[in-house]
Design a protein around this ligand. Sequence first.
Ligand SMILES: NC(=O)c1ccc[n+]([C@@H]2O[C@H](COP(=O)([O-])OP(=O)(O)OC[C@H]3O[C@@H](n4cnc5c(N)ncnc54)[C@H](O)[C@@H]3O)[C@@H](O)[C@H]2O)c1
Length: 318
Amino acid sequence: MKSVVTGVAGFIGSHLAEELLEMGHQVVGIDAFTEFYPRQMKESNLFTIQNNNKFRLIEGRLQDLNLERVLSGADYIFHLAAQAGVRTSWGESFSDYVDNNIIATQVLLESSKKLHLKKLVYASSSSVYGDVDELPMSEDMRLCPISPYGVTKLAGERLSSVYHKSYRVPVVILRYFTVYGPRQRPDMAFYRFLRAAIDGDTMVIYGDGSQTRDFTYVSDAVRATLAAAEQGKPGRVYNIGGGNRISLKNALAVIKRVSGEKLKVKWDDFHRGDMRHTYADTTRAQRELNFAPQVDLEAGLKQQYQWMLSDFKGIEGD
Ligand SMILES: NC(=O)c1ccc[n+]([C@@H]2O[C@H](COP(=O)([O-])OP(=O)(O)OC[C@H]3O[C@@H](n4cnc5c(N)ncnc54)[C@H](O)[C@@H]3O)[C@@H](O)[C@H]2O)c1
């Protein structure tokens, strides 16, 4: 089997590539090493697989590569490359979101038309929902993103649906709900909180802490992604949530327990574009993908904490 993973040097993509190699796939990984966070972190994400002879890394932007050549013979494509991050999607940097989330997706879909793919999995986000009246969020709800990032992820979904309908590209869309664990991006809340706890710094929390998130441990997200490739129905959308919905205030209590540190917290205003609550209805993923998250928040945070203490120590100071 040949799998292509876009965004392979990123947080989720690197875990996914590891799993695919374990399963015996040949993996072609594409990554542009964008400057959103340090290249060194992304290189260290690839540390365990870089010398695997079934793995090939292609560095470049999807928009610039000769995709016909790169994708040739692929059975599966996992499209995780994106400009992530809600808060930075306002203002001038929006053009990065358009380029890497909309144009890159369209280019990839266009190049996939002629392939004989078994599946193309598109990594979307709970951000496409926006603030909803009713929880949990189910796939058929009205979508009303409240951040520019969410708008671009939704555009990627729509493009995926269009290429599925018109060209039978077998796209399955996954809406991940806040993924965490080792290798988490440094702009994400748990990374920032744990970093501050470790360094004895003050952590800045936006809002009053009553906002809730459905947190998904990275191995659960990866398992769901592999199941989507195997069993997902082309054209379908699946929520992937960890079943760990918790308020930020309560998450801080878990971080305090896990780190054993006293936390110094500074409260700041809500950020525009941040959703009040996220909560995934995963009935469809349970039924059609046999998805059942296995890692609870405390166990998952312990793993992330250990990673931040050991593997990654030192890199940031460079
Ligand atoms: N982490 C989460 O909680 C979360 C939640 C919802 C959705 N998602 C989605 O999951 C995917 C992976 O997220 P992540 O947290 O691992 O992000 P990440 O930033 O760690 O990984 C994305 C990778 O894509 C690469 N990239 C960006 N634009 C590219 C381009 N044009 N061509 C080639 N490579 C490019 C980046 O260099 C980066 O290494 C993204 O599509 C994101 O929108 C993530």
